[in-house]
Design a protein around this ligand. Structure first.
Ligand SMILES: [Zn+2]
Ligand SMILES: [Zn+2]
Length: 161
């Protein structure tokens, strides 16, 4: 159940510091590809539009608190230019994903203060050919600024749907 989420205080533990600290975290976690590049972004809901940047997290995926639509970190929706993908763990296991509908309480990460809604930082590692090869996802509690690495440099395997 515990796959090693380690929470740290963000920049001076301040909620006002903003999501830059979670971007730094994911940028440091993702492995760059030779000749490639790494892009980082703060996730926003595509359905709700700009400004909706808070997500509930379960089963390795992030769900918009406004409309419950998944962000698509597990299947590639998060990156519009990419084909569909699935994730494979690198050195670190992927977050637990329970089978079937409904969330197990153990699937739901919470910050040390018990909050369960997060801003989501994503780092994508692109090859020199522009294909996504790796992803890291970090969570940031907007209330108290705690951050953690949720997906640690997973390998992206693209497939034709
Ligand atoms: Zn939404
Ligand atoms: Zn919190």
């Amino acid at each position: 159940m515990d796959h090693g989420i380690v929470w740290t205080k963000g920049a001076v533990g301040s909620p006002a510091a903003g999501p830059e600290d979670v971007l730094r975290l994911v940028r440091g976690a993702v492995r760059g590809e030779p000749g490639g590049r790494v892009e980082t972004l703060v996730a926003e809901c595509r359905m709700c539009g700009a400004g909706e940047d808070e997500f509930e997290v379960a089963k390795g995926e992030c769900f918009c608190v406004g409309c419950c639509i998944p962000l698509g970190v597990t299947d590639g929706d998060v990156c519009r230019s990419s084909r569909r993908w699935r994730l494979e763990p690198s050195e670190v296991p992927l977050p637990p994903a329970s089978p079937g509908p409904g969330f197990e309480p153990a699937d739901l990460p919470r910050c040390p203060a018990g909050h369960d809604v997060f801003q989501v930082g994503v780092a994508l590692s692109f090859t020199a050919e522009g294909e996504v090869r790796g992803i890291s996802v970090g969570l940031r509690c907007p209330v108290d600024g705690a951050v953690c690495l949720y997906i640690d440099d997973a390998r992206v395997v693209s497939y034709a749907a």
